[in-house]
Write a protein that binds this ligand. Structure first.
Ligand SMILES: C[C@H]1O[C@H](OP(=O)(O)OP(=O)(O)OC[C@H]2O[C@@H](n3cnc4c(=O)[nH]c(N)nc43)[C@H](O)[C@@H]2O)[C@@H](O)[C@@H](O)C1=O
Length: 363
């Protein structure tokens, strides 16, 4: 098992920090992973997509203006998983020791609306990154570079739980099919070219930084806003789906641990507990003394053409080989998210009362 101590991560005993490259640094997982790697002494480079509005809210607290170059240990570069030339250029320029591919169009329901784009980013995007890495290794001889691919429990789809590394995939959405392709590209590049490439098959992982149209955050945002009087109804789809929900901050540690092993391999990362959306509602509303049944309205638009009914991981391999364990349980996770969203709603309320913001319903 690799050391998890807080010694600075250095290359070959020299006083040069290890360099990590993260695709998807602006997302929930990217922000937690960046914090973890900076704490371990890494220099972190992140690839960001151009958008008309800044999309760096989750990493703004870490950002240091590059004009203070000697202090800035996180650096951001424009690139895109749909643009092979940008991937190749940044890998060659940065010369990373570790590459984490966390970039995706990660919303399952949205993947039914934009399937081509989802496949381009999630499946072919992973292939582009692996290919850029392969050619970087061939040209430079830097064979020690390690690659992490963010896999998903969605790949198991309709295969009944518990799901482990040996469970067959039966994906149920364009997103999940694309993740299966990315998984097998990663295995293939490991077998064909000997690249140190790992798949982390992560079950759902949430946090106060979760995007607001994933069900957990949609619920906790609504709880906060209902509690302070900014919202009354919450529109949801299938409440009977069951998920193995963990804390994202715990899961990024598993990603890092995978790349510290002697050999590359694939690992399931899960809490091994599953709860329905209805149970999440009960916990979240109940925590602040509300009854979810007074507020939730079922809306057909949030049902998916094909649903994944029941996910519950068997993460015994990660626990044994990586020594990884989740630290935050289901109840603690719900409370952490509700607490933060109550604070956020209180701040919104001040702006609404002062006329600076409309009290709109959440999407
Ligand atoms: C591991 C995996 O985890 C995530 O995928 P997900 O499990 O689809 O996450 P979700 O929060 O969108 O849905 C969870 C469940 O909740 C049901 N549900 C009901 N009502 C609403 C609703 O109103 N909105 C949403 N979003 N879901 C709803 C919905 O039908 C589903 O059964 C992504 O990070 C993905 O990238 C990933 O890899």
């Amino acid at each position: 098992m690799a050391s998890t101590g807080s010694q600075p991560a250095v290359n070959g005993g020299e006083d040069i920090p290890k360099v990590a490259l993260i695709a998807g640094i602006t997302g929930q997982d990217g922000s937690y992973l960046t914090e973890l790697l900076l704490e371990k002494g890494y220099e972190v480079h992140g690839l960001i997509r151009r958008s008309s509005n800044f999309n760096t809210q989750r990493i703004n607290h870490i950002y240091i203006d590059p004009h203070n170059a000697h202090k800035a240990r996180m650096k951001l570069h424009y690139a895109d998983l749909t643009d092979a030339s940008s991937l190749r250029r940044w890998i060659d320029t940065i010369s990373p020791d570790e590459i984490y591919n966390l970039a995706a169009q990660s919303h399952v329901a949205v993947s039914f609306e934009i399937p081509d784009y989802t496949a381009d980013v999630v499946a072919t995007g992973a292939l582009r990154l692996l290919e850029a890495l392969r050619s970087h290794i061939t040209t430079t001889g830097r064979t020690h570079v390690r690659y992490y691919q963010a896999g998903s429990s969605e790949m198991f789809g309709s295969t009944p739980p518990p799901q482990s590394e040996n469970t067959p995939f039966h994906p149920r959405s364009p997103y999940a099919v694309s993740k299966c392709a990315a998984h097998w590209y990663t295995v293939n590049y490991r077998e064909a070219y000997g690249i140190f490439a790992c798949n982390g098959v992560l079950f759902n992982h949430e946090s106060p930084r979760r995007g607001e149209n994933f069900v957990t955050r949609k619920i906790t945002r609504a709880v906060g806003r209902i509690k302070v009087g900014l919202q009354s109804k919450l529109f949801l789809g299938n409440l009977q789906a069951s998920r193995d929900w963990g804390f994202a901050g715990d899961y990024v540690e598993a990603m890092w641990l995978m790349l510290q092993q002697e050999k590359p391999d694939d690992y399931v990362v899960a809490t091994e507990e599953s709860h329905t959306v209805e149970e999440f509602l009960e916990k979240a509303f109940g925590y602040v003394g509300l009854n979810w049944k007074d507020h939730v309205v079922i809306d057909k638009r949030y049902f998916r053409p094909t649903e994944v009914d029941n996910l519950k991981g068997d993460s015994s391999k990660a626990r044994k080989v990586l020594g990884w364990r989740p630290k935050v349980g289901f109840e603690q996770l719900v409370k952490m998210m509700v607490d933060e969203d109550i604070e956020l709603a209180k701040r919104e309320k001040v702006l609404v009362d002062a006329g600076y913001m409309d009290a709109q319903q959440q999407p």
